[in-house]
Design a protein around this ligand. Structure first.
Ligand SMILES: NC(=O)c1ccc[n+]([C@@H]2O[C@H](COP(=O)([O-])OP(=O)(O)OC[C@H]3O[C@@H](n4cnc5c(N)ncnc54)[C@H](OP(=O)(O)O)[C@@H]3O)[C@@H](O)[C@H]2O)c1
Length: 284
């Protein structure tokens, strides 16, 4: 069975992505959350709510995985390998992100700034440290794909049939060249650093002949509890201006995920880059 790792599965976008994968692919989902273990069953029930999925074993919720500490991620990766075997991870998505929105230097709080780096940046790096080794090499991927059953690629087009994928939630404000307005010092810096991790991970994936590529993703403005303090409680979707409800956001995101592929053409490189919801590259 091929596996998708959703780090941050109780957050708005992570939760909706877990639901999408269970409904539209044959991948198994490991839904990692920093919520307490006592919430695992409730989260699992909420993810299945409204669907008629019979095979409930395709979802495993793993609670108490706070990505500011390495241990939980290490144990989770070990568990996935023990249960699924080697070379079974096809998709890793790092959703974690917190925002302390400073307007000016006077509101910088070192402990809040550091916490953003721990979650938004280092947390993604540690997730990759423990889960990337479970992604098949190119050679093993070819062998595994030749053994796909008659129903074909279990990712069902969510991930390109020739590769695996590592995706980090970035943000347009992480782009240094796009910074025309200032503000949000530490969130911007943490996302810029996440982009650097994506780029560096891509080099390691190539050097190690991994079947995966690494991309960053900016989802636009998605109406979630994360953005409500900024855009207001009553904000409405406005897709032509890049503001989405969760369903629209997942449609855009999965569309970009499905297009991301290794390509020989230098103009069409996806790996090690950051893309927005239109599938357009965001300059660093
Ligand atoms: N919403 C937007 O418009 C927007 C725009 C640009 C970028 N983004 C990025 O998209 C991502 C998801 O945003 P969202 O709108 O879904 O926000 P959200 O609902 O607030 O989700 C926050 C995410 O952070 C995770 N998280 C927080 N603290 C954690 C910790 N200590 N350990 C592990 N995970 C932790 C949560 O996962 P668990 O609770 O399951 O652990 C959840 O996935 C973030 O990285 C955000 O920066 C969002």
């Amino acid at each position: 069975m091929s596996v998708a790792i959703i780090q941050g599965a109780s957050g708005s976008i992570g939760f909706a992505l877990a639901q999408h994968i269970l409904r539209h692919t044959n991948l198994s989902v490991y839904a990692l959350t920093h919520q307490p273990k006592s919430q695992e069953t409730e989260l699992s029930e909420r993810i299945f709510q409204g669907s008629n999925i019979k095979d409930k074993e395709r979802l495993s919720v793993l609670g108490e995985i706070d990505i500011s500490e390495e241990r939980g991620l290490q144990d989770a990766a070990k568990l996935v390998e023990e249960r699924e075997g080697k070379d079974k991870v096809r998709l890793i998505t790092c959703m974690a992100g917190i925002l302390h929105a400073e307007k000016s230097l006077s509101s910088i709080d070192p402990s809040k700034a550091l916490r953003q780096f721990q979650i938004n940046t280092l947390g993604h790096l540690l997730t990759y440290k423990h889960f990337v080794p479970l992604i098949p090499s190119k050679k093993n991927f070819e062998k595994l794909s030749s053994e796909w059953s008659s129903s074909g690629d279990p990712a069902k087009g969510l991930v390109h049939s020739r590769n695996s994928l590592c995706l980090s939630m970035s943000a347009r404000v992480g782009s240094i060249s796009d910074n025309e307005r200032g503000g949000w010092y530490s969130y911007r810096a943490s996302k810029a650093a996440t982009n650097q991790i994506t780029r560096t991970l891509e080099h390691e994936l190539i050097n190690k002949n991994s079947s995966a590529l690494a991309i960053g993703y900016h989802p636009g403005t998605v109406i979630t509890s994360f953005t409500k303090p900024v855009i207001g409680e009553n904000a409405k979707p406005d897709p032509s201006n890049g503001r989405f409800d969760l369903k629209q956001a997942i449609d855009k995101m999965t569309n970009v995920m499905s297009k991301a592929k290794r390509h020989d053409d230098a103009n069409e490189k996806w790996g090690g880059r950051c893309f927005d919801w239109k599938g357009e590259r965001i300059q660093w």
